[in-house]
Structure formats: structure tokens, C-alpha cells
Design a binder for this molecule. Structure first.
Ligand code: ASP
Ligand code: MG
Length: 401
């Protein structure tokens, strides 16, 4: 069981969480609980470090920002004990949950569950501080923001758990963002691959890395609310889903910006010349289109970067202009990427075409298109976000009745 910060925001909520854990333990399950910090606490800790020094030692950053989970793990253990449930807290180094040395964004290398498992046999519940681990130097590490999801999945995998229940403040994974699509429906089941697309496309229910890890180790995830008793959404292997929807969700990401270079000499090495310097600057490029001009001597190159990287990308390209020899550069931050996602589209034709038709009927111009096996994404002007997402949701029959 993993509980997020909103499920642990104060003592009353922690007590409520303890009751849920107790119910599972009393149902005869061996339970490991992984907790986040109280909501808002990690942000405050990050801010302390930011204000303490301009250039800080990331090893000390990890010592500070991992502190929130230490508090909630101890408090939850105390409350469980108070309810008569044997429990103890575990910090990352005590397990140990071994990570690499990439402080601030470490990767899990090994989870030693032997002592936790031994104590299961004595009826003890393990309450594990999420988000943190320890490296070979014995120093505290953290797993990147939202990392408790990843701690929980890694622990579930190491324990061979039947399931990893992610308790959060939403009651599951929806066909689209309920804040803009009133008719969004909760999905009973979704595949790892679809969830990955949805997570990385802006549906921020689970840390992307946790879904990758769950997919790799076939950990069945359940996303559910700690504020009601609904069944939530199961994130599972494709084989577990009998009736595969062709399209299971519409996602969008506003964190996109478009860059266009025109009159670029069309010759071998052009793409490498453009994207090399961007990669060197650590700028991630997402969608790319290239189109040749009629004269076949020049080409146009359009691509997207994250909004926060746009200014740097422009600078890098301006500096490279003499080498690249392009005519003009334009940058547009007012774009949104809208994606239609579904594993069923692997075996169905016409999914992209319905998307294009729906958008054209609404008078929405498509600027860039990209596809993968299970998704079609388009870039459109940001002002059309709601209209595009809602009309696609309707067009693919996803609206709730
Ligand atoms: N407390 C950490 C954060 O806010 C880890 C987590 O909640 O998953 O990022
Ligand atoms: Mg989270």
C-alpha cells in the first residue's frame, strides 16, 4: 500500500490511513506500507535548501528533502501500534534500499527484503519511508520528485507482492483530465503502456518511472482514492484485458514549444547539425517534421522542445546559424500537444484519420503530427486545448452517459 501526501496531510488523515492498513492486516494479508511526506512538506524542504545556498551539495540536499518521509513513517507506525497492530518504520538505509549515487534523482539498484519478510511471519506491518534510499557510500539518496510511487513499486517487486495499491486523492485513472472534460470516465483497467503514455503526456497520477518499473517486473498496480472505497483503476498487462478499447484516453501537454527553421540547406548532415548542439545542451526534442522545398535544395525543419527549454534552444540555434546556414528561425510557445492513446489501435486502421477529421470539423489547424504504435499526437494552438480534447473525447465514444 502506498499513500501520497494528501492521504497523510495531518494526524487525523494519518489515523484514517492507519485504519485502512489495519483492515488489510486483519484480512490476513502481509502488508508493507510506503509513505510520502505530508503534502506540502517536501516543497518546503526543497525551498529551505534553495535559500540556504546558491550552489548546494546534492548529498546534503537529499538529507534535508528526505526528512518528510521519516516523520510520516514514524507517525503511521505509532498509530498502528496504538490500534494494536504490530508495526515498525523503515528508513531507506535501514532496509537497505540501495541506489546509485545520482543524488536528487537516484535509481534503485537493490531492495533487501529479508528482514521485512522475516517480520511478516511475526505479524508485523512494515512502514517504509518512500522517496529515499542509500548509496554504496552509506549516504542518503532521493529518487526524484514523486519518487514514493517508485519506492512502492520497487518494494512490491522485491517482495513478489500480489498487488501494489497506490492510494491518492483521485479515485483512479480517467479517460481524460476531468478538470477540462466533464464527461471523462474512470477506467476500470488500463495497460502499462497506455498508462506510460498518459503519465508522460501530463496525466500526473503516477511517477513515470514507477510505471516503467511496474511494467518491467509485472507488478499489478491499483490506483485508488484514500477518501472513498471505490475499486479504482487497475494498471495491468495487456493479457489481462479481454475487451481492448481502440482508444482508451485523450491526453494533452501544455509543456510544449515549437521551433521552425526554414531554408535549411538540404544535404547529408543537416539533421545531425541541428539536433547535435541541442543534445549537447541537454535539450530534449520531441516531435520532428522535415519537409523538402520544391527546389530540392533547401528544407524546413519543425520540432518541439519543452517550454522551459525554448529560450535556451533558440540561443543554441542562433549560435549555430553560421554553420547550419538556415534562413530563418521562428519560435512559438503557444502550442499544446494533444494525444489519442490506445493499445487497440495496433490492430485497427483509421484511428488517426478520425482524429484529423474531428479537428478539421472544429476548424482546428494541425501544425505537427507524430505517431507511435499506440498513440497519435498532434500539435495545435494552445487556445484550442479544451475544444480539441473535448471533441476528441466525444468522437472516440469515451464520454460518460
Ligand atoms: N515527498 C516526495 C515529493 O513530494 C516524494 C513523493 O511524494 O512521492 O516529491
Ligand atoms: Mg505523487
Amino acid at each position: 500500500m502506498k499513500f501520497g501526501g494528501t492521504s497523510l496531510a495531518d494526524l487525523d488523515l494519518i489515523r484514517e490511513t492507519a485504519r485502512r492498513v489495519k483492515a488489510e492486516a486483519e484480512a490476513g494479508h502481509e502488508v508493507a506500507v510506503v509513505v510520502s511526506a505530508m503534502s506540502g512538506v517536501t516543497n518546503r524542504l526543497v525551498d529551505y535548501v534553495d535559500r540556504a545556498a546558491k550552489l548546494f551539495d546534492l548529498r546534503e540536499y537529499d538529507v534535508v528533502v528526505s526528512a518528510g518521509e521519516q516523520i510520516t513513517s514514524g507517525l503511521l507506525a505509532v498509530m498502528l501500534q496504538d490500534m494494536g497492530v504490530p508495526a515498525r518504520s523503515w528508513l531507506g538505509w535501514q532496509i537497505p534500499l540501495l541506489t546509485d549515487e545520482a543524488h536528487g534523482n537516484a535509481r534503485i539498484e537493490n531492495v533487501d527484503t529479508s528482514e521485512i519478510v522475516r517480520r511478516f511471519s511475526e505479524g508485523q506491518v512494515a512502514v517504509v519511508a518512500g522517496f529515499q534510499g542509500v548509496d554504496v557510500q552509506g549516504r542518503v539518496t532521493t529518487l526524484g520528485r514523486g519518487g514514493t510511487d517508485t519506492s512502492a513499486v520497487a518494494l512490491a517487486a522485491a517482495l513478489g507482492a500480489r498487488r501494489c495499491d497506490i492510494y491518492t486523492d483521485v479515485d483512479g485513472v480517467y479517460t481524460s483530465d476531468p478538470r477540462i472534460v466533464a464527461k471523462a470516465r474512470k477506467l476500470d483497467k488500463v495497460t502499462y503502456e497506455e498508462m506510460l503514455e498518459m503519465a508522460s503526456l501530463g496525466a500526473k497520477v503516477l511517477q513515470t518511472r514507477s510505471v516503467e518499473l511496474a511494467m518491467k517486473h509485472r507488478v499489478r498496480l491499483r490506483v485508488c482514492s484514500s477518501f472513498d472505497d471505490s475499486a479504482g483503476t487497475l494498471v495491468v498487462d495487456e493479457d489481462e484485458i479481454v475487451e481492448k478499447a481502440i482508444v482508451s484516453g485523450i491526453a494533452y501537454s501544455r509543456d510544449e514549444a515549437k521551433v521552425t527553421l526554414i531554408n535549411v540547406p538540404d544535404q547529408p548532415g543537416t539533421a545531425a547539425g541541428i539536433f547535435g548542439p541541442l543534445a549537447d545542451a541537454g535539450i530534449n526534442v520531441d516531435m520532428i517534421v522535415q519537409n523538402a522545398a520544391v527546389d530540392e535544395k533547401t528544407t524546413g525543419m519543425t520540432f518541439t522542445v519543452r517550454k522551459t527549454d525554448l529560450d535556451r534552444a533558440v540561443k543554441v540555434l542562433e549560435r549555430a546559424q553560421p554553420d547550419l546556414g538556415y534562413g530563418e528561425l521562428s519560435a512559438d510557445p503557444n502550442v499544446v500537444k494533444v494525444s489519442v492513446i490506445g493499445v487497440g489501435m495496433r490492430s485497427h486502421a483509421g484511428v488517426a484519420q478520425s482524429m484529423f477529421k474531428t479537428l478539421s470539423e472544429k476548424g482546428i489547424n494541425i501544425q505537427v503530427i507524430s505517431t507511435s504504435e499506440i498513440k497519435v499526437s498532434v500539435l495545435v494552438a494552445e487556445e484550442y486545448t479544451e475544444l480539441a480534447v473535448r471533441s476528441l473525447h466525444t468522437a472516440y465514444g469515451l464520454d460518460a452517459d
